[in-house]
Ligand binder design. Sequence first.
Ligand SMILES: NC(=O)c1ccc[n+]([C@@H]2O[C@H](COP(=O)([O-])OP(=O)(O)OC[C@H]3O[C@@H](n4cnc5c(N)ncnc54)[C@H](O)[C@@H]3O)[C@@H](O)[C@H]2O)c1
Ligand SMILES: O=C(O)C(=O)C[C@@H](O)[C@H](O)[C@H](O)COP(=O)(O)O
Ligand SMILES: [Zn+2]
Length: 360
Amino acid sequence: MVALNVELGTRSYPIHIGRGLLDNPDILRTAVSGRNVVIISNETVAPLYLNKVRRHLDDLRVGDIILPDGEQYKTLGTLESIFTQLLEGHFDRNTTLIALGGGVVGDIAGFAAASYQRGIKFVQIPTTLLAQVDSSVGGKTGVNHPLGKNMIGAFHQPLAVIIDTETLDTLPDRELNAGLAEVIKYGLLGDAEFFDWLEENIDTLRARDHHSLAYAIKRSCQNKASIVAQDEREQGSRALLNLGHTFGHAIETGLGYGQWLHGEAVACGMLMAARLSGELGWLPTAAIDRIEALLLKAGLPVTPPAELSQQRMRELMAIDKKVIDGQLRLVLLRDIGHALVTDQFDPAALDRVLTPSKAA
Ligand SMILES: NC(=O)c1ccc[n+]([C@@H]2O[C@H](COP(=O)([O-])OP(=O)(O)OC[C@H]3O[C@@H](n4cnc5c(N)ncnc54)[C@H](O)[C@@H]3O)[C@@H](O)[C@H]2O)c1
Ligand SMILES: O=C(O)C(=O)C[C@@H](O)[C@H](O)[C@H](O)COP(=O)(O)O
Ligand SMILES: [Zn+2]
């Protein structure tokens, strides 16, 4: 077992990583505070893992809230249904929420914890690769709006993150690949050595070798924890974690939530960011080719959807949390392992990258 720490002063918390951690009662019991617990999960994950978590809490009052499955349910409507169930159950401010599932459950449950009775405690038990390497760490919580991804939310850190890598055994291949997109992101944005390792080990990861997966999860969490510790509320360097996301979120919103998985859209978005960096003369063609090859080997899409025109993509990208005073800012690449946030790009170069036929 590995334990990392997200260093945020009084809001610091551990990330536990190991195979079979859901069989260990102590980790969860140490994380939970108070006598009231509500586990939030969804209709796919609950039948697999709810009882594994619940059995360690049988001396507490434990409720559960089971959400419908899918990105299209990451909405204010779902949040309201959570509040209704918490109020009907008379769950008070001393209740701890447990998010048991992928990033969708984690983001909604985290936002419920951030806002229910002005804020209660919560624990993340992520069960997808994407949630284990990214969404469960760092305290970004929220829901989508029809006009934009994650537009309503709050920063609210969990008490602990408990990553049982055994839960990945039941994860569909497409979801595993989507998680690999965010893993590759860490290599690209600031860890060139990890990118090299991923090029060597991508087949092993897709074959679900336990040691390789555990290493990739640990290294990703180390990268994320370090960035979050420096800039918890994205006033500066945390925006690097958004590599590929301005493009990716536009794809997700434009096609309708759930059509492309978040990780798929981010993969395509990262290559678009790399191509724009190449258009600007910042990134050599050889590096762009390496990025494209790794994403393809990870089973991820690299061509933007033909249904989204250049103009539509621009409209969608204009609604982004990194926009300042109407000016679009993007995360671009100087090299593999060296990203930066900038508004200094030629709009014509962006248009070329956004034109589906030219981008392919
Ligand atoms: N807060 C953040 O920092 C952050 C970071 C990255 C992504 N996100 C958000 O995370 C979401 C994507 O998360 P995701 O990729 O985990 O998708 P997801 O939560 O939709 O889960 C993917 C699918 O896998 C199923 N599933 C989950 N665990 C399983 C398991 N162990 N076995 C079998 N099936 C399982 C889910 O029910 C779902 O159908 C997006 O909404 C994205 O915006 C947030
Ligand atoms: O933790 C962060 O910071 C990230 O940007 C991680 C991203 O992978 C994640 O998708 C996040 O939800 C995007 O944030 P947003 O602020 O662009 O909605
Ligand atoms: Zn993401």
